[in-house]
Design a protein around this ligand. Structure first.
Ligand SMILES: *[C@@H]1O[C@H](CO)[C@@H](O)[C@H](O)[C@H]1NC(C)=O
Ligand SMILES: *[C@@H]1O[C@H](CO)[C@@H](O)[C@H](O)[C@H]1NC(C)=O
Length: 369
């Protein structure tokens, strides 16, 4: 009965949004995943949390959805999200922009929005359960979970992460061989499943779990850089905020959260902790967003997902003319919104979605206090 209702609701939703270029957030077994294409666009974007410089880049629009217990799910209610990517031959740049009122709390991490990207490393890494290795927390090793490695970037900006400034890799954490970021909480991690997830480090599997022992046994390094802003702050260029401002916006202001990231395509990692990207290749990835609904702090598993399984990220080669690839013809030939399922397939998928078990795509985002 519940599933019949879900089917009817899905049909109603499809009727209401017919023609919208949103990637379906419902999976059909064997269907082609949504495709995000990263154009070669050197010198186009600055990683500062302002998305104005991305305007000429086609993006993927998604409805974020949280899958909850009992096989049901609900849509993120405040609007759509946009995901875009470009590269300059050395670095990948990713934008995620989510509509939602500005909220902040200096008291509790779960009262501040957060987001994460996840990439498959191992050939058998599943989206569900963060790699899907079947080992328990104590028995995950590079050997027992080989092939299930996933690479995770998570960003939990708080009042000490100044809008428009760079966080991620920093000399203090690199000095102690940790993929953590003590300043902005933009951490480079790897995992085999939700129980076996660590900040990047110099050994393949620390003998402790980050959940119970805190951050920083670390090593390797944090290869990500990122920045955030909320459009209600009215920042046109780079952020006017400085350390000590502490309150950056007016609680409840309407607008979009903007997150921008960059990372070298290839890193120094030798331990399967970082995904290695290449121009011309397709990489599996996912995106998640955490938001305090109705003022309630989120839990690690309460994420809104851009899609219920891996999506594809394709790094397109340059044409030799640099940014000339961007523009009207680029948008036509290389448009990155990929609606891959027919109407009928979406309906069938909505029904099949009733049978999904609780979704652990990114479960285990660490809640720091
Ligand atoms: C993936 O799983 C298959 C089937 O279990 C196995 O044969 C293969 O070796 C695995 N690949 C990796 C990279 O672990
Ligand atoms: C901002 O709003 C949230 C949600 O209503 C509330 O929990 C929080 O305390 C507010 N923060 C401030 C500083 O007023």
């Amino acid at each position: 009965m519940a599933c019949l209702l879900a089917l009817l609701l899905a049909l109603a939703a499809i009727a209401a949004t017919a023609g919208a270029a949103s990637a379906p957030n419902i999976c059909v077994s064997g269907s082609v995943p949504p495709l995000l294409q990263a154009l070669y666009a050197p010198g186009l974007v600055t990683v500062d949390g302002n998305s104005d410089d991305w305007k000429s880049i086609p993006g993927m629009r998604v409805r974020l959805r949280q899958v909850v217990g009992g096989g049901s799910s609900y849509l993120y209610g405040d609007g759509e999200a946009t995901i875009k990517a470009v590269h300059d031959g050395r670095d990948l740049f990713v934008l995620m922009q989510v509509t939602g009122p500005y909220v902040f709390s200096s008291l509790q991490v779960g009262l501040n929005p957060a987001m994460a990207l996840m990439f498959s490393i191992g050939a058998n890494a599943t989206f569900l359960d963060m790699g899907g290795c079947l080992q328990e927390a104590g028995s995950c090793t590079a050997a027992t979970c080989s092939g299930h490695e996933v690479d995770i970037m998570q960003f939990q900006p708080r009042l000490d992460a100044v809008p428009g400034r760079l966080y991620g890799t920093n000399i203090r954490d690199i000095a102690i061989f940790s993929g953590d970021d003590r300043y902005g909480h933009l951490t480079d991690m790897y995992a085999f499943n939700p129980h076996c997830k660590w900040a990047d480090g110099p050994i393949a599997t620390p003998d402790f779990n980050i959940g119970s022992h805190g951050w920083g046994a670390g090593g390797a390094q944090n290869d990500w850089l990122g920045a955030w802003q909320h459009t209600s702050m009215g920042i046109v260029g780079q952020s006017p905020f400085a350390w000590g401002d502490q309150v950056f916006g007016v609680n409840g202001s309407l607008g979009d959260y903007v997150y921008e990231f960059s990372r070298p395509l290839v890193t120094q990692d030798r331990l399967q902790q970082d995904v290695q990207l290449a121009i011309g290749r397709v990489q599996r990835f996912g995106a998640a967003f955490w938001y305090p609904i109705s003022g309630q702090p989120w839990n690690g598993y309460e994420h809104f997902l851009a899609h219920c399984d891996w999506m594809d990220l394709e790094l397109l080669p340059g044409t030799g003319a640099g940014a000339a690839a961007v523009g009207a013809t680029g948008a036509t030939v290389l448009g990155s919104v990929s609606v891959v399922m027919s109407l009928g397939a979406v309906v069938a998928a909505a029904y099949a979605g009733c049978l999904l078990r609780r979704h652990h795509g990114f479960e285990g985002l660490a809640r720091l206090t």
